[in-house]
Design a protein around this ligand. Structure first.
Ligand code: SAM
Length: 177
């Protein structure tokens, strides 16, 4: 089970990027996201996605210090200051219950100390969304790309059209792009 902990979320400023953290977590194989500050709009947005597109993914809220101090599995903090992902991912993959921590602005020093591993996805500054996507891809070794979500809405891959099947309403919507 992979849980993502999103710390430093500011509902006004980080709305879009935290939504993307959640969407990437869901699409690429994580099970749940904990955000350190309550944001019901975010929770509803992701619940709507899961309702329509499938899976059991959810978003909940808890202060980060409490999550880190009570977590019983492995804690991996993604930071550009950490050790290279490609060197550490095999050892991380031996664990099943993992908390993956991603920040927003400056991450408190305590997080680095409480993590079992501080892991970098290159030592260049980029984004929590990209770092999380690459971490999940390396962890699952690409298998997450074929995961079935069994939702009401399903896309039929197409060369030129947007083909969406609505399983519940038995409708097939086709649109030329
Ligand atoms: N300057 C901030 C700091 O000192 O922690 C980082 C801000 S960055 C915009 C937001 C988040 O993206 C970080 O907390 C980290 O989780 C992730 N991130 C950015 N670059 C990364 C990298 N090269 N490797 C791993 N994670 C990265």
């Amino acid at each position: 089970m992979i849980t993502v902990l999103r710390i430093g979320h500011r509902p006004q400023r980080d709305k879009r990027i935290t939504t993307h953290v959640c969407l990437v977590a869901r699409a690429f194989g994580a099970d749940t996201v904990i955000v350190d500050r309550k944001d019901l709009t975010l929770q509803e947005t992701i619940a709507r996605v899961s309702d329509r597109w499938g899976g059991t993914f959810s978003v909940s809220f808890q202060p980060w210090r409490k999550v880190l101090s009570t977590w019983e599995g492995l804690i991996v903090h993604l930071t550009m200051y950490g050790l290279p992902l490609e060197e550490k991912i095999s050892a991380i993959r031996t664990h099943r219950d993992i908390l993956v921590v991603v920040g927003a602005e400056k991450v408190p020093r305590e997080v680095y100390d409480m993590a079992d591993s501080n892991i970098s996805v290159t030592n260049q500054p980029h984004s929590e969304v990209a770092a999380l996507a690459l971490f999940l891809d390396r962890y699952f070794q690409g298998t997450q790309l074929n995961r079935e979500f069994c939702g009401n809405l399903r896309i039929t891959p197409s060369k030129k059209e947007k083909l969406i099947n609505d399983v519940v309403n038995q409708q097939r919507k086709a649109k030329i792009i």
